[in-house]
Design a protein. Structure first.
Length: 348
């Protein structure tokens, strides 16, 4: 088991495997969406984190799935990261997870079945931390290792959070530091410092359960999690949904490894997903370049929650984040969008 390096068996890593926003838009544009389901509160028309169906009793059922190829070499750690990433979608909607089923693709004959068992055990351990069963699943023989979950959750509809309901004047918060893509790229290049890699791995295994607490605070207007499209990509979705503009202040952002992240950037540790992301939505961002552009587009695996909060609720949210040991400084604000201006201003 110790000699297995899962990342050698896959062409992508973590949420960096996601199709770019532009490619995904092209695919979905060919899907018939004419059917109407009155009890479907949230589908895929707003690019939200999960689907929500009204149960008719003041609550909704949340359904989501997420899976990807290894971003770390250790099988059990890969399982934990993939599971935390999938469950995050439930928390991003303000909900409580109920159960999960596993999605496993395994290259039989290339990697021992014992490694697949370790992946599943890692996923089960995160489900246990979330207080839910890993209740079943499906597996196939595939060319590359793949793992993830389909997760079911529940939410009181008065606490349901979407990604398109931000309001002018809202403060923006991000509950985890960014830079996972750069750190894991630095690992591949053999230049990462152990402490930075450990911080990234710990962050990716941390559940976003803070979403449950935040959803109970009046004035938390919108919420989404930051994953493969990077901070800018998911913030663009927030802006488009609410028809607003975001003014981002990067001096308030937390970076994994702090200032060392810039050193990795100087060594060329930029994942390909950063470039694909910028190519997809860069036209909607006020001009930026270099480190700032690449880190704001950096694909995050099991990233934090991006939260849009009214000024009146800001102190309560900051207190909740501080109590949980999470980044608690506002990283920007939502404001009216002037005509055809960009969706996001950076340090303007």
């Amino acid at each position: 088991m110790e000699t297995i390096r899962l990342t050698q068996f896959s062409h992508g890593a973590g949420c960096g495997c996601k199709l770019s926003p532009a490619v995904l838009h092209e695919i979905l544009s060919g899907v018939d969406r004419s059917e109407v389901f009155p009890t479907l509160l949230i589908g895929n028309d707003t690019k939200d984190d999960a689907a929500v169906m009204d149960l008719g009793d003041g609550t909704g059922i949340i359904s989501t799935t997420d899976f990807f190829m290894p971003i770390v070499d250790d099988p059990r750690t890969f399982g934990r990261i993939a599971a935390a990433n999938a469950i995050s979608d439930i928390y991003a909607m303000g909900g409580t997870p109920l159960m999960a089923i596993a999605i496993l693709g395994w290259p039989l004959g290339k990697i021992p079945e014992s490694a697949a068992s370790a992946v599943l055990d890692g996923g089960r351990s995160i489900c246990s931390e979330a207080g839910i069963p890993l209740a079943g699943g499906h597996s196939i023989d595939s060319p590359e290792p793949i793992f993830g979950l389909a997760v079911t959750g529940r939410v009181s509809l008065d606490r349901l959070k979407a990604n398109d309901t931000a309001q002018p004047g809202d403060h923006l918060y991000l509950t985890k530091p960014i830079g996972v893509g750069m750190i894991t790229t630095a690992q591949k290049k053999g230049v990462v410092e152990d402490q930075d890699l450990q911080l990234a791995v710990e962050s990716m295994q941390t559940l976003n359960r803070i979403g449950e607490r935040l959803s109970a605070i009046p004035g938390v207007n919108a919420m989404t999690d930051v994953t493969g499209f990077g901070l800018l990509g998911h913030l663009v979705e927030v802006c488009e949904g609410a028809q607003l503009q975001a003014a981002l202040q990067t001096d308030a952002l937390a970076f994994i490894g702090g200032e060392r992240l810039k050193q990795y950037h100087e060594l060329g540790c930029v994942p390909g997903g950063s470039h694909r992301n910028w190519a997809s939505y860069g036209s909607q961002i006020a001009p930026i370049e270099g480190f700032l552009r690449d880190v704001l587009c950096d694909p995050q695996t099991s990233g934090g929650l991006l939260v849009s909060v009214s000024p009146e609720a800001a102190s309560a949210v900051e207190s909740a984040l501080r109590d949980a040991g999470l980044p608690h400084h506002a990283i920007g604000r939502m404001q009216p969008k002037p005509g055809s201006g960009p969706c996001i201003l950076v340090n303007a």
